[in-house]
Write a protein that binds this ligand. Structure first.
Ligand code: ADP
Ligand code: MG
Ligand code: ZN
Length: 544
């Protein structure tokens, strides 16, 4: 039987999706593989179908016992003999499965990672005595601290290649940035793995970020437009999921809470009710959703700021698995960012804190974008994308563009005069002529000191960020990132290149500090512009 025939026979599908076919071939040829495919992309098939075609047993490592049961039931319905072994089973049930394994009656065996390598348990030895053809590690990012769902049990899989040296391993995940990806490969010690990265674009999802003001009213307004649709609301704390679920019930919505602190019974009941459309809304912490295969989730709302882009993308990815238009709405407040920064500082060791802060910062940047959100998300996962998608809130908005060349020149010259050695906060203080006592006295003598006092701090933050996105500035790596010029900066400073920026709507709370005397400011600006105009062929950094 060919893979295509098996696809038709067991799943009733006529075509492979993404890179499924290539992946299946790699595995059938006995090679290791690493698969990155978005949630709902069809990862399971990449090991289930080889399991059917190969002689012998395929072992599947999966993190959640609840998921195993669903997957195994589904496989048995399609006529593929599958089973799981876990702690919820009686020893009689487990023995029955062991004897079916001995008789080669099972094609796929689902296990939790700790089952495979628990010290003093003979299961590993028993499995070594069987003909195992393939080992699949589902949700492989759970092995990495840098993923958004680290599970210590997964670390035991580091011994996998020692225990089963000759057996091909396929690792699968929906969320892995470069760092996590590298970590997975190293920890699992895969041999020459072929990497299959599918496009992560979820074209049917519209991304929207809204400033959080009165989030309950904002949410109710959103729900008004989604009366009969199913959706998931993510909150940061367990308590807030319960409070919000109660409030929504009071408003007449079919809503239930879900978080890790609830009893298993209640969790299972709420999840089932959601799957059967008896509950329309699940208000949950991030504990909810991994592997939930509900195709008609029409929207996902984040009441609070997610900790990182990976988590956010995974959670929003639960919307629209059926390919129909779906919404992802996030309520953003700088206060949330501040709160999470403090969490990140005290959580884990120094390295972990630093990485968490960096990832949080990328999440905050996403919220503050004035450029296409989809492009940013895909770029985050190292995928290129055109400048506009036409279907995120930024692309759909009527953000006004204006000639921001002068603003860009001010910013770039400040960066140049500060010798590319300071972060954006310092650069903004210089631009705005701040009295901050931390500014070095000599920097208050710079011609750029105060030339940007006409703009608020928040506006400058936005424009600097946009200049970075557009490639006119860059941020250094390292613990204390500084702003630096790029090879596109010089042309702007010399007036050979105009810069289009997005007009920002300054809000009331972002009040302006006192301006230096206006006439003085104008005359200084004039000198700077003449200086720029009069100099040719001079490196950008000495122009000002
Ligand atoms: P993932 O694990 O990547 O999130 P799943 O393996 O659970 O995704 O698959 C998601 C859905 O897509 C399932 O309902 C599955 O049957 C379906 N699917 C997978 N491959 C195909 C295909 N080639 N054609 C049509 N549907 C598919
Ligand atoms: Mg899956
Ligand atoms: Zn867009």
């Amino acid at each position: 039987m060919t893979p295509a025939q098996a696809l038709q026979k067991y799943y009733g599908y006529s075509e492979f999706r993404h890179k499924q076919e290539e992946i299946i071939r790699q595995v059938l040829n006995g090679g290791d593989a690493m698969v990155l495919m978005p949630t709902g992309g069809g990862k399971s098939l990449c090991y289930q179908l080889p399991a059917v075609l190969l002689d012998g047993l395929t072992i599947v490592i999966s993190p959640l016992i609840a998921l195993m049961k669903d997957q195994v039931d589904a496989l048995n319905v399609t006529g593929i003999p599958a089973a799981y072994l876990n702690s919820t089973q009686s020893s009689g049930e487990q023995q029955a499965i062991i004897s079916r394994l001995k008789n080669n009656e099972i094609k796929l065996l689902y296990l939790a990672p700790e089952r495979l390598f628990k010290t003093g348990n003979r299961l590993t030895e028993f499995l070594q005595s069987l003909k195992v053809s393939l080992i699949a590690i589902d949700e492989a990012h759970c092995i990495s601290h840098w993923g958004h769902d680290f599970r210590p049990e997964y670390l035991m899989l580091a011994g996998l290649k020692d225990a089963f040296p000759a057996i091909p391993v396929i690792a699968l995940t929906a969320t892995a940035d470069q760092l996590t990806r590298k970590d997975i490969l190293e920890k699992l010690a895969l041999h020459n793995p072929a990497q299959f990265v599918s496009s992560f674009n979820r074209a049917n999802i519209t991304y929207t970020v809204t400033p959080k003001k009165n989030s309950l009213n904002q949410l109710l307004a959103f729900l008004d437009q989604h009366k009969d649709d199913s959706g998931i609301i993510y909150c940061l704390s367990r308590q807030s999921t319960e409070d919000l679920a109660a409030q929504l019930k009071k408003e007449g919505f079919l809503a239930e809470a879900y978080h890790a602190g609830l009893s298993n019974d209640i969790k299972a009941r709420n999840q089932e009710a959601f799957l059967r459309d008896e509950v329309r809304i699940i208000v949950a912490t991030i504990a909810f959703g991994m592997g939930i295969n509900k195709s008609n989730v029409r929207w996902v709302v984040h009441m609070d700021l997610p900790k990182n882009i990976e988590g956010y993308y995974q959670e929003t990815g639960r919307a629209g698995r059926d390919g129909l238009p779906s919404d992802a709405l996030l309520f953003y407040s700088p206060g949330d960012a501040f709160k999470l920064q403090n969490f990140a500082r005290i959580e884990g060791n120094e390295d972990q804190s630093r990485i968490m802060l960096r990832k949080l910062d990328d999440m905050v940047k996403f919220c503050q974008l004035t450029t296409c959100r989809r492009k940013y998300l895909l770029n985050y996962f190292n995928e290129s994308f055109p400048d506009t998608c036409g279907s995120c809130d930024v692309c759909l908005s009527d953000y006004q563009k204006f000639d921001g060349t002068l603003i860009a020149q001010k910013a770039l010259s400040a960066v140049a005069r500060l010798k590319e050695s300071f972060g954006s906060g310092y650069v903004i203080d210089i631009l705005r002529g701040s009295n901050n006592s931390k500014l070095r006295p000599e920097h208050k003598q710079l011609k750029t000191y105060g030339i940007g006092a006409d703009l608020s701090k928040a506006d400058w933050q936005r424009y600097l960020r946009e200049l970075i996105t557009l490639g006119y500035l860059k941020v250094s790596d390292g613990a204390y990132p500084v702003l630096m010029l790029t090879n596109k900066s010089e042309a702007v400073l010399k007036g050979q290149q105009t810069v289009e920026l997005t007009l920002s709507q300054t809000t009331e709370e972002e009040h302006h500090e006192a301006l230096p005397h206006e006439a003085e400011l104008l005359s200084r600006l004039k000198t700077i512009r003449t200086e720029i105009a009069n100099q040719e062929n001079v490196p950008a950094y000495i122009i000002l």
